[in-house]
Design a binder for this molecule. Structure first.
Ligand SMILES: CC(C)(COP(=O)(O)OP(=O)(O)OC[C@H]1O[C@@H](n2cnc3c(N)ncnc32)[C@H](O)[C@@H]1OP(=O)(O)O)[C@@H](O)C(=O)NCCC(=O)NCCSC(=O)C[C@](C)(O)C(=O)O
Ligand SMILES: [Mg+2]
Length: 361
């Protein structure tokens, strides 16, 4: 297998294409809100959603009917051309690389709206070869269209092979912006015996030990607590490590039980705590949940600021509320404080909330 030299990564893959980025900007992207540009009712709502969500994503792949693929692509071009997105990012999810639509997706979108597109999400990525294909094609199209900044790539982990190759996918191109979990396709590909789009499962559980009778045997009809476990923990944790290793960003993905806003919030929060920077929103109701969950809480920021203040030059150990804080817990606190600062730059309500936190001694 041949390898590129390190410096090759800093050269564009086509003459005249924009220079690859050396760092992926940490732009807030708590919710990536999906819409079907071929659905007129949905599309009509998009201009008014600018500023209420960090990312608007025109979806061209699954959930768009085969008969509507061209209308979705054209609808996205129209919305992108006629909308000023301000601070809101514009992403798209193209059709999968083995579909008959993807080539037209790319050759249409890049010249028409390439200057406005921040990130292209590529579904069903299997390995580095898929990223290399899109990488070169984007460079050629950017060069031809005279695009000034590189369009970034986001891969969805939705095949067993993709999960096995997650590290090489993250490192396959300087365009790699991040990864999302695709729990529905991944479940099917792995032959998991579930029928859901993300979330837990009542059958995936651990049960409290049975009490024992005088004969020492378990009493099987006794009431015993059960605890549902997280089916997605392994994949999310693996995704987070791969992204952190390569300086790119992990995201949860879709939560299909739209009406169960409570379980949705739990799943999002698990992902936030494990290191994800955001998630997907499939319905307007999920945007608020994502914005709340993926913004550090007032309590966390109040505590983090106390630790930062108490730790002075950042070395040594101190006691706060009976707990030891040191260099490493300070670094965790700085993750939260820096995230809060980034979010405050784009979210005035959140800025006011964080500004109002009293400084404690
Ligand atoms: C779930 C659905 C069918 C419920 O749609 P509905 O019309 O039944 O919902 P509603 O509550 O009745 O809608 C209320 C209003 O909101 C509008 N609306 C509704 N949704 C949106 C939206 N997203 N953006 C903007 N507006 C929206 C809708 O048009 C309606 O407008 P109206 O009041 O004027 O009548 C609908 O919300 C929808 O189609 N959402 C997007 C679904 C999608 O993108 N799925 C693909 C991503 S998940 C995936 O692909 C898996 C993965 C990763 O690949 C893998 O795990 O393998
Ligand atoms: Mg999928």
């Amino acid at each position: 297998m041949s390898h590129k030299s390190a410096k090759d990564f800093f050269r564009p893959l086509a003459v005249g294409a924009p220079l690859p980025l050396r760092e992926i900007p940490a732009r807030p992207s708590r919710a990536i809100h999906f819409f079907d540009p071929s659905n007129e009712k949905m599309a009509a709502k998009i201009p008014d959603m600018v500023g209420t969500v960090d990312v608007l994503l025109g979806n061209l792949e699954d959930a768009v009917k085969a008969d509507n693929k061209v209308a979705a692509r054209e609808g996205l071009v129209k919305i992108a051309q006629s909308t000023d997105f301000g601070p809101t990012q514009l992403w798209t999810r193209i059709n999968s690389l083995d579909s008959p639509w993807v080539l037209d997706d790319l050759t249409t979108l890049v010249p028409a709206i390439g200057e406005k597109l921040d990130v292209i999400m590529v579904p069903k990525v299997q390995g580095a070869e898929d990223i290399h294909y899109v990488d070169r094609l984007l460079a050629q199209l950017e060069a031809k269209a005279g695009i000034s900044k590189p369009i970034l790539i986001h891969a969805i982990l939705e095949t067993a092979r993709g999960v096995a190759n997650v590290e090489e996918i993250c490192g396959a191109s300087p365009r790699m912006q991040g990864l999302s979990l695709g729990p529905a396709d991944l479940a099917a590909d792995r032959k998991m015996k579930t029928t859901r789009v993300g979330g837990g499962h009542p059958g995936y559980l651990v049960r409290e030990d049975a009490p024992r009778g005088e004969d020492g045997l378990p009493i099987l009809d006794a009431q015993r607590a059960i605890f549902q476990q997280d089916l997605w923990h392994y994949t999310i944790a693996k995704m987070v490590d791969a992204c952190a290793t390569h300086g790119i960003y992990p995201y949860y993905g879709p939560f299909g039980d739209i009406k169960d806003t409570v379980a949705c919030e739990d799943q999002f929060r698990n992902a936030f705590l494990l290191g994800c920077v955001g998630t997907w929103s499939l319905h307007p109701v999920q945007i608020k949940i994502a914005n709340r969950v993926f913004s550090p809480s007032v309590e966390d920021i109040a505590h983090a600021r106390r630790v930062v203040a108490a730790m002075g030059d950042g070395t040594g150990a101190v006691m706060i509320d009976g707990k030891m804080e040191d260099d490493a817990s300070l670094k965790q606190c700085l993750v939260l404080v820096e995230l809060a600062e980034k979010l405050a730059e784009i979210d005035p309500d959140l800025k006011a909330t964080y500004d109002a936190i009293p400084t404690e001694a």
